[in-house]
Design a protein around this ligand. Structure first.
Ligand code: SF4
Length: 470
């Protein structure tokens, strides 16, 4: 610690991995601020650098280790610490391999971490490993969206997944903890609340169920949108689909990690369903909500995946017509059942299948993006460079704003560029968090270009509108 305490306590947090990690970092950041520790916007302005790591798959592990190496090399005079999934899983090996890292903190050691960053001696009470969701309420940082973690751990036992081993069984976070995060996020300027967990659909805390939670969050006039991520297909029932169709502020957006479509492979993955049942689910969803956007994720090259299994998957994605999707090549994760399976697919074949499936998904997604041209609805602005007169934007200048429609989840899907106000819209003052009416005029790959429209009442759309324009 730097003598004098506060001088040495500015902390920069580098977050790797999924939105759940972002939610953890954001909550940790607020907790550090409550402990009198400043958050630095970049490593140069920090005395301590904390890396929130991901240990989910090999690529993510390499990225986390690469970040630790780069930061310790670039900033030899700063303390670099690590937290998160990778540490939880490989602490001993990491400690040996990266002695220059000043501290390693697993998922239940946030009290110790905060004490270390604050330069305090941890008290015995602090070293009990209080779960991360018990962080106290503190002010939030700004932003047009915030990831709100509603649960931790997972009760599923998908054969390829290390998360239950890392994070333990499913635990719904209590309403108070969810509301603390929400309050801090809205106070900090967030307008979209993105609910994350390993299995969002099953959240229940005491008498509170997911519909009640969504209605409560929607009732706050500062909330523009609520979005659900990670809806496991077996828990996405008709009642939940109807809720998504009916709740005005709940984005008509389904993030369903199907993983595969071959029933044989899904059984081996210890997952329910098959392509046929998944298509039925999508048909029900689209019958209720023709304008729903659907994202999914897939794994190719799972042990025993034959050419026929892969063909089933290709046919499935063609039929399912996803708006967005991610594909991973299988990597054997230590401690998982799939790592012990025979029938490994060669790395070359995994790469080939990955390219083919990504190409097919991308083609479908780009076609879906082109179908959106002409759509009018709300755009939530994430960034808007300041300019004196937006209507006077010249050729080649940056867009007026970058934002998202309800069809685009933050970080994972495309974005929408607000290129120019339409003739009738007149000069506008845009900022992060503005909710404005737009018409999509162009698709560039997965990204969209929009023009600003006047709101129906002649004024710019305001935050807290009672409905999500579709
Ligand atoms: S549902 Fe399956 S893939 Fe998702 S976190 Fe749980 S075990 Fe892992």
């Amino acid at each position: 610690m730097i003598p004098g305490g506060s001088v040495g306590r500015r902390v920069y947090i580098e977050t790797l991995g999924c939105p759940k990690n972002e939610a953890d970092s954001s909550r940790l950041g607020r907790r550090l601020q409550a402990a009198g520790i400043q958050l630095a916007p970049n490593p140069e302005e920090a005395e301590q650098i904390l890396v929130n790591t991901c240990g989910f798959v090999e690529d993510a592990r390499e990225e986390s280790i690469g970040a630790l190496l780069e930061l310790t090399e670039t900033y030899p005079d700063r303390r670099v610490l690590a937290m998160g999934c990778l540490v939880q899983r490989y602490r001993d090996e990491l400690r040996q391999g990266l002695p220059e890292v000043a501290g390693w903190y697993g998922l239940t050691e946030l009290d110790l971490l905060v004490a270390d960053l604050a330069g305090e001696e941890p008290s015995p009470a602090r070293s009990t490993g209080r779960p991360p969701h018990s962080a106290p309420p503190v002010p939030a940082a700004g932003g047009a969206h915030a990831f709100i973690k509603i649960s931790d751990g997972c009760d599923h036992r998908c054969s390829f997944c290390a998360i239950p081993g890392i994070k333990g069984p499913y635990r719904a976070l209590p309403l108070s903890s969810v509301l603390e995060q929400v309050e801090a996020a809205l106070d900090g300027g967030a307008r979209e609340l993105v609910l994350v967990g390993q299995d969002t659909a099953v959240w229940q805390a005491g008498a509170w169920t997911l519909p009640g939670l969504i209605r409560r969050l929607s009732a706050d006039p500062r909330t523009a949108w609520v979005r659900l991520m990670y809806l496991q297909p077996e828990h996405l029932d008709d009642a939940l689909l109807e809720l998504i169709a009916q709740e005005p502020k709940l984005c008509r957006y389904l993030d369903i990690p199907f993983q595969h479509a071959s029933g044989r492979i899904l059984r081996s993955m210890r997952r329910a369903g098959d392509g046929e049942r998944y298509l039925e689910l999508l048909a029900r969803a689209r019958a209720l909500m023709p304008d729903v956007a659907v994202r999914s994720t897939f794994i190719v090259g799972y042990p025993g995946e034959t050419d026929e299994d892969f063909a089933v998957l290709l046919d499935f994605v063609k039929e399912a017509a996803f708006d967005y999707a991610g594909v991973f090549g299988f990597s054997p994760e230590e401690g998982t059942r799939a790592a012990e399976l025979s029938g490994r697919v060669s790395p070359d074949l995994i790469r080939e299948r990955l390219n083919r499936l990504s190409g097919a998904l991308n083609d479908h997604a780009e076609a879906k993006a082109r179908e959106i041209i002409g759509w009018t609805g709300d755009l939530l602005v994430d960034q808007a460079p300041e300019r004196p007169d937006p209507s006077a934007r010249g050729e080649g200048e940056p867009p007026l704003a970058v934002g998202r429609t309800y069809r685009q989840a933050p970080d994972v899907d495309g974005v929408t560029y607000l290129e120019s106000p339409s003739a009738q819209a007149g000069p506008v003052a845009l900022g992060a968090g503005s909710l404005v009416k737009v018409r999509i005029s162009e698709a560039v790959g997965l990204d969209l270009v929009a023009e600003l429209l006047p709101a129906p009442d002649g004024r710019r759309s305001e935050l807290g509108r009672p409905e999500v324009a579709r």
